[in-house]
Design a protein around this ligand. Structure first.
Ligand SMILES: N[C@@H](CCC(=O)N[C@@H](CS)C(=O)NCC(=O)O)C(=O)O
Length: 206
């Protein structure tokens, strides 16, 4: 069985991405959770991941690290994790890569904290720009692919998995959104897997 090594549910946005992709694809996996920010964290992670970072996926002899690479690996087993059309697939990969490599201000100023609930008022110019870019991606995808389903490219894909932590962030930081983006957030957070992740965050608090 696949083994997915993840961090604390409440804080590890990178872990949520492949975890959600695997759940949505119906791929069974064993979850191994390592507490972040502990004296033993690095040594624990290094037992599995050559970078000392999670998430990391183990499939027999194969080790896959970096959240987007793991999502790609999962899509080899479950091809619906990318759109079937070449144009949509290219776009989905582009926005997934954009999320993987960008949005530094969003990461720094709005860290994932699923249990929290507080408006974030002191938004820097960089954070505003990151949020505006994300909203424009969502609005554009929903406008062009909305007739095919509730997610960015109609059915759930790795693009949704990559943006799932932003959905939690926009909810916990009370970010106001235009209608299509708001409905997208509602659809994603309503997924049973997203609710399962949220419950795990609550359970972690003890
Ligand atoms: N680019 C990596 C980022 C992974 C990452 O930064 N993971 C953090 C937790 S969310 C981590 O492992 N931190 C542990 C540490 O640095 O000791 C990915 O996409 O997987």
């Amino acid at each position: 069985m696949l083994k997915l090594i993840i961090g604390d549910h409440n804080y590890s946005s990178w872990s949520l991405r492949p975890w959600l992709a695997a759940k949505q694809a119906g791929l069974p996996f064993e979850e191994i959770s390592i507490h972040l920010r502990q004296a033993t964290t690095k040594a624990e992670i290094l037992k599995y991941s050559p970078t000392g970072k999670i998430p990391c996926l183990i499939d027999g002899e194969t080790v896959v690290w970096e959240s987007l690479s793991i999502c790609e690996y999962l899509a080899e087993k479950a091809p619906t994790l990318w759109p079937s059309g070449s144009k949509a697939r290219a776009e989905a990969r582009s926005i997934a890569s954009e999320m993987h490599s960008g949005f530094a201000a969003l990461r720094q100023e709005m860290p994932l904290d699923v249990r929290a609930s507080q408006p974030y008022l002191q938004q820097s110019m960089e954070l505003k720009a990151d949020m505006a870019r994300i909203v424009s991606i969502w609005e554009d995808c929903r406008q062009r692919y909305g007739h095919e389903g509730h997610f960015l490219f109609g059915h759930f894909t790795n693009a949704d998995a990559m943006y799932a932590p932003v959905v939690f962030r926009f909810l916990t930081y009370h970010v106001e959104l235009p209608e299509a983006s708001r409905k997208y957030v509602e659809a994603l957070v309503a997924l049973p897997a997203m609710q399962e992740w949220r419950q795990a965050c609550i359970a972690e608090a003890g």
